[in-house]
Ligand binder design. Structure first.
Ligand SMILES: *Cc1c(COP(=O)(O)O)cnc(C)c1O
Length: 397
């Protein structure tokens, strides 16, 4: 627009405010580019932009604030590039629907995030994608499950709510030998504790809603790609899928991401401390945290998660189902919620909520008890948290 604004009427001036360029300095915080569309000075520049991912045209195809988040998470995970989505499920959908066609086959870990399990069930029932489940602890099981049409191995670093740790390098190597790529949902570990690409993964998934953002104020998902070829293919589908991140959500996630290493370091230390104290309490039958020497995957965790076993602890109350439900109501500092990875400590009772579809036998097979409580440890002082857990245990039947 020309500088000659004197002749313009209020209606025009109102929608054409002057732009204040930032020159000679750089904003320290990441700028929020909330706008969904970008303008050009020439028809040629606009035409060129459609073929150049580095030039922004329309925010479903790319946005500077969202790209900043994608690049930040790609670097944290040691990947070539990343795609950001409106939620973790958006990212998982984007990967699976972008990659798989009818007749393809996928191998997945049995104890998966509930939403992912529902999506795989749907892919099998309505889209003709075959799914074989494996335990996640035995590479030979993966070898036996491989078929000529297998297109993906799908794993989770730390399983929910059992805290089982998947032997990523062993399982991924078997798939890679057969030319099958692997994807790892690394939400529970965060890139501070584990970088699955270093263990051979081709794609890393995050629900950014959890540890990456960390403050219970935003939904988001990210898929990080080890190489640019698969990224290009999934990006093509992502533009059609349209489950992109709103720039403000990306900005909030970037804000939280800055303290992710500090939060996760503290959460791991507090979780390990509380796991030890819970294990010694008479009302608690079993405690699961990868840092405990008695954890079934303790050796794998020491190798894969040397910086800490994560912020999630689950434990079984000796009093069973009623005790589990009473406990989550009896805590005062910890909040009864369905999420995790927050600065606040959160608890839930899986058997009556996230895993309510499972009958007693299926719960047992999944390693979840009727009295299991899942606790996502926050950044509060460990003694304040222990006082809360103790008073809640004292009031639990
Ligand atoms: C929460 C979660 C998801 C789904 O993420 P949303 O952001 O809620 O869509 C996927 N995987 C794991 C391990 C999760 O904890």
């Amino acid at each position: 627009m020309s500088d000659d604004t004197a002749a313009l009427r209020p209606e025009t001036l109102a929608v054409h405010p002057p732009r204040v360029p930032v020159t000679g300095s750089t904003p320290l915080g990441v700028p929020l580019h909330q706008g969904h569309v970008f303008s050009f000075d020439s028809a040629d520049a606009m035409a060129d932009a459609f073929d150049s991912p580095g030039t922004f045209v329309y925010s479903r195809l790319g946005n500077p604030t969202v790209r900043t988040l994608e690049d930040a998470v790609a670097r944290l995970e040691g990947g070539a590039a990343a795609l950001s989505y409106a939620s973790g499920m958006g990212a998982i959908n984007g990967l699976l629907l972008g990659l798989l066609s009818a007749g393809d086959h996928l191998i997945a870990q049995r104890c998966l995030y509930g939403g992912t399990y529902a999506l795989l069930t749907d892919l099998a029932a309505r889209r003709g994608v075959g799914v074989t489940y494996v335990s996640g602890t035995d590479p030979e099981e993966v070898r036996r499950a491989l078929r000529p049409e297998t297109r993906l191995l799908y794993l989770e670093t730390i399983a929910n709510p059992t805290t089982r740790v998947c032997d990523l390098p062993a399982l991924i190597a078997v798939a890679a030998e057969a030319g099958v790529p692997s994807a790892v949902d690394n939400t529970f570990a965060s890139p501070l504790l584990c970088r699955p690409i270093e263990h051979g993964a081709d794609v890393v998934i995050h629900s950014a809603t959890k540890y990456l953002s960390g403050h219970a104020d935003v939904l988001g998902g990210v898929a990080v790609f080890a190489d640019a070829g698969l990224y290009d293919r999934i990006r093509h589908y992502a533009v059609e899928q349209g489950a992109v991140t709103d720039p403000f959500a990306a900005w909030l996630t970037l804000r939280g991401l800055q303290t992710m290493p500090l939060r996760v370091e503290r959460q791991c230390a507090t979780a390990a401390d509380l796991a030890g104290r819970l294990a010694a309490h008479p009302a608690v039958a079993t405690v699961r945290h990868p840092a405990l020497a008695g954890h079934p995957d303790h050796a794998v965790a020491r190798r894969l998660l040397p910086r800490g076993g994560g912020g999630v602890v689950s434990f079984d109350l000796a009093g069973g189902r009623e005790a589990g439900r009473a406990f989550v109501e009896a805590v005062r500092l910890a909040a009864l919620t369905a999420s995790l990875g927050d600065v606040k400590t959160l608890v839930m009772h899986p058997a009556s909520t996230s895993h309510r579809q499972l009958d007693a036998a299926a719960l047992d097979a999944a390693g979840i008890g009727q009295g299991t409580v899942r606790m996502s440890v926050g950044v509060e002082h460990v003694d304040d948290l222990w006082a809360d857990l103790e008073q809640a245990l004292a009031r639990t039947p």
